[in-house]
Ligand binder design. Structure first.
Ligand code: PGA
Length: 262
């Protein structure tokens, strides 16, 4: 845990799941358990259609709201797209950018991801900027180079001040939704590399304060050992975030590791 001031940062990416009633019930269950994990920063990331319902369910609690994507223009003739100001208006504080499913299934590139990161910041949102290598890159020994390239291109043009509001999520593509998690050592190697690149590019303050999440088959059983690693500050949880008990258990396990380190 390198970021000095905050406890574990745990975000639940609900992907394309849950209608209004289920989304609101899940959010309410998490709010009800929040007092047991008060040192964590919790973010719920429902589909666009459930943002309003989840915003209402978490109102007055410390749980924050995030969206899964945004478009880089603020408004106009872009049928089907949702902009940063719209998400801000819907009470989002965070937005995922460049999730591997968007890169793989919807043709997002490092260039479009960069436009979205900049649009999120312009709208007052904190982007949760997702990067990660595919299996062939890992097997080919290209992981660290790929990560460095994604960082350089995705964050191009950002100032030090901008960087203070960016959350980075390292999600090896081969570990997402597969049940196959990176080992704590594999994840830590990449997290340390990311922090090192931030140090080179933006200096010690930015690097030391950056929140770097791990994502890819995080569950209660691996949360503790992953969070024990020095450069892992929290998690971006997919499948396991659809169950309040599992999501809260992940946060509790991370908190246990966090408290042991203090
Ligand atoms: P997973 O998804 O936890 O289901 O592997 C993580 C993510 O895609 O953010």
């Amino acid at each position: 845990m390198a970021a000095p001031v905050q406890g574990p940062f745990i975000a639940g990416n609900w992907k394309m799941n849950l209608g209004l009633r289920e989304a609101s019930a899940l959010a309410r269950q998490i709010v009800a358990a929040e007092s047991e994990i008060t040192d964590c920063s919790l973010v719920l990331i429902p589909p666009f259609t459930a943002l309003g319902a989840v915003a209402a369910a978490i109102a007055g609690s410390p749980v924050a709201l995030g969206a899964q994507d945004l478009f880089w223009e603020d408004q106009g003739a872009f049928t089907g797209e949702v902009s940063g100001p719209m998400l801000k208006d819907a009470r989002c504080a965070y937005v995922l950018v460049g999730h591997s499913e968007r890169r793989q299934l919807f043709g997002e590139t490092d260039e479009t991801v960069n436009r979205k990161v900049r649009a999120a910041l312009r709208s007052g949102l904190s982007p949760i900027f997702c990067i990660g290598e595919v299996l062939a890159e890992r097997d080919g020994g290209q992981t660290l180079d790929r990560i460095a390239a994604q960082l350089a291109q995705g964050l191009a043009g950002l100032s030090k001040e901008d960087m203070a509001r960016v959350v980075i999520a390292y999600e090896p593509v081969w570990a997402i939704g597969t049940g196959r998690t990176a080992s704590p050592g594999q994840a830590e190697e990449v997290h340390a590399h990311i922090r090192g690149r931030l140090r080179e590019g933006y200096g010690n303050d930015t690097a030391d304060c950056a929140i770097i999440l791990y994502g890819g088959s995080v569950k209660p059983a691996n949360s503790y050992s992953l969070f024990r690693e020095k450069n892992i500050d929290g998690f971006l949880v997919g499948g396991a975030s659809l169950d309040a008990g599992g999501f809260v258990a992940i946060a509790k396990e991370a908190l246990r590791a966090y408290r042991e380190e203090k």
